[in-house]
Design a protein around this ligand. Structure first.
Ligand SMILES: [Zn+2]
Length: 230
């Protein structure tokens, strides 16, 4: 009994650094960046930036998508198309795009698990990357994601692409200021970004080659050291 109590005290004494489990960038030595695209639910419109996706495929640009459950339900063909591309990676983004910190740990678990389950059962895809809606989380969110075996992915460069007041030039100026080795850039592929396609094209043609940075999937970025992608 005493041994058990001591063990419990020792476990409690270990500082659990939840922040350390939240990934915002790749290694600073890595000459790569992750272009990440959230697929948040949309009420109106196609909810899918076909021109952007076509460009990524034509140019063979590695990219990572975070799909919400509601989005998946409305975009069966698009889910299948994205899962087919070998240089695309697919993670999840909550079921209904809830504000997670307002919910109990159990409610958070259901919200996080929804699209993970759907991708597994309907598409046979194991999605191990998770990005919380709005980038909002608390300790419960991190603990639930870890218990589910998910990697918790945020970003360190905000494109601002869903902001209708920003021009492509303004978004690109922001990217020029912040993009560096190991950056994770958050953008949207659900049609909310009016200039996302143009910005990605300019990134691919100008900014990234100028800085000798290679686009990588999120998982490749995380295991990258100082080697450029093949
Ligand atoms: Zn979102």
């Amino acid at each position: 009994m005493l041994g058990l109590v001591l063990t419990m005290l020792m476990v409690l004494a270990i500082p659990i650094s939840t922040q350390a489990q939240v990934i915002k960038s790749g290694p600073p030595s890595c000459p790569g960046v992750a272009l990440t695209f959230d697929l948040c639910p949309v009420r109106q419109g196609a909810g899918y930036d076909q021109a952007l996706i076509d460009y990524l495929i034509e140019q063979k640009i590695p990219a990572t998508f975070f799909m919400s459950g509601k989005w998946i339900t409305k975009h069966d063909q698009q889910v299948r198309a994205l899962l087919q591309i070998p240089f695309f990676e697919v993670g999840t983004h909550g079921e209904v795009h809830a504000h997670l910190p307002f919910h109990s740990a159990d409610e958070q678990k259901q919200e996080i698990l929804g699209p993970v389950r759907l991708l597994k059962t309907k598409y046979g895809h194991d999605a191990t990357l998770f990005r919380p809606p709005y980038g909002e989380f608390n300790d419960d969110t991190v603990n639930v994601a870890r218990a589910l075996g998910l990697q918790f992915i945020l970003w360190n460069v905000v494109s601002g692409d869903p902001d209708p007041t920003l021009t492509a030039i303004q978004i690109e100026d922001r990217l020029k200021r912040f993009v560096r080795k190991g950056s994770v850039i958050v953008m949207h592929a659900n049609g909310k970004g009016r200039h996302t396609h143009e910005v990605v094209r300019d990134l691919h043609q100008q900014l990234l080659p100028q800085r000798k940075l290679t686009p990588m999937t999120m998982s490749d970025l995380l295991i990258c050291n100082n080697q450029a992608a093949p």
